[in-house]
Ligand binder design. Structure first.
Ligand SMILES: [Fe+2]
Ligand SMILES: [Fe+2]
Length: 141
């Protein structure tokens, strides 16, 4: 029961990592204005991290006997650089909350290696979130 709940939760997490890869990839392509070079480099770097997270989750779901989802969570459309950063900040905040819940579930299921991996991903996502929050300070409308 614990394991089934964990696999379902990890599949939700995987769908959101796909969402993050898509959002960062599309935002890197579309971001315009004087901050494009900086924001594009930032989005590309994040996309690479999120892809690693997606692979880790898919591997774990499969190892636990589940089937990794092939469906991303819906990707928010954003046109202005500010809207992109706000969408990313909301997504990173939600992701940290989901991984905190998942860590507790992994612990209950006795999956200690997964607990460590989720811990590592929380560190990555917190870094993403903090960088975006700093970038948004005083960012033009
Ligand atoms: Fe991620
Ligand atoms: Fe992230």
């Amino acid at each position: 029961m614990n394991k089934e709940r964990l696999i379902n939760g990890l599949n939700q997490d995987l769908a959101h990592e796909y969402q993050a890869v898509i959002a960062y990839t599309v935002y890197a392509a579309e971001v315009a204005g004087p901050f494009r070079p900086t924001l594009r480099a930032f989005f590309l770097e994040e996309a690479a991290d999120e892809l690693k997270h997606a692979q880790m989750l898919a591997d774990k779901i499969s190892a636990l006997g589940g089937v990794p989802t092939v469906e991303p969570a819906p990707v928010p459309q954003a046109t202005s650089p500010r809207a992109m950063l706000e969408a990313v900040l909301a997504a990173e905040t939600e992701t940290i909350e989901r991984y905190t819940t998942r860590m507790a579930q992994a612990e209950e299921a006795g999956e200690l290696a997964l607990v460590a991996q989720l811990h590592e991903m929380i560190v990555d996502e917190a870094h993403h979130k903090e960088e975006v929050a700093k970038t948004l300070e005083g960012f033009p409308e």
